[in-house]
Design a protein around this ligand. Sequence first.
Ligand SMILES: [Fe+2]
Length: 283
Amino acid sequence: MQTRNLTPVTGVEISGIDVRQVSDADFAAIEKFWLDRCLIVIKDQHLSPSELCDFSRRFGELEKPPASAGRRRDEEAPEMWVISNVIENGQPIGALGSGEAEWHTDMSYIPEPPSASVLYGREVVTNGGNTWYANMYAAAEALPADLRAAIEARQANHDSSYTSAGELRKGMSDVVDVKDAPGARHPIIRNHPVTGRDTIYLGRRTNSWIVGMEVPESDSLLDALWAHCTRDEFCYSHRWSPNDLLVWDNRSAIHRRDSFSADERRVMWRCQVRDGSFTAAAA
Ligand SMILES: [Fe+2]
């Protein structure tokens, strides 16, 4: 196994392994990179849907696909879904289209959001479509004292109405007042359940609200937090090669996607892992 850091703080590239045949000792090393660096990029994997699920399951029990998930499912791998802009017989085969996707944490709008997100590049585009990651440990460490004081012990509401591509989810209606947005509340400064380190946990900007604050005050604080958290030094931008397998820690990284041409095909397979620390905490 060869590794190299992708930026000073965010992401490790791993090559020279086949994830279908990883020993427990090697997996422990991979898991540590994932926890420490927020993102692992495993090069050149050749996986079937069920093999992707098998590897994803080594991080924990798999989550059911969210309501916005793509239509195409694999019968042998029901936990896997498709992110794609491809239209077949008038129907999209996957979620999110070809537009930009705003910075977000996957499924932070549920009470127990997933730990690992797994994304496997089957068909990638030649222009655009980069996925960006920002390290929220580094952002928490560098947070100015006045901003930290303003959000210490505060929670944010994470709206569940819209996808990161700005589409209203099935069965949802438009949010008129962010104080009434459906979703889940989480501490903004969140202690990572495995590493014990502080992270900044923002979810997504659209319809976010700092619980208990007037909306203008909440909006200006959230704008300041987002500007801080997406500074260049916390970020890595991934240009996809076919067969790249990315796994990020959804508790310590936020991510976004650049738009790309609707004329190019992009097909990604996707799994999400339940955060076992919630079960452990309840037991
Ligand atoms: Fe996402």
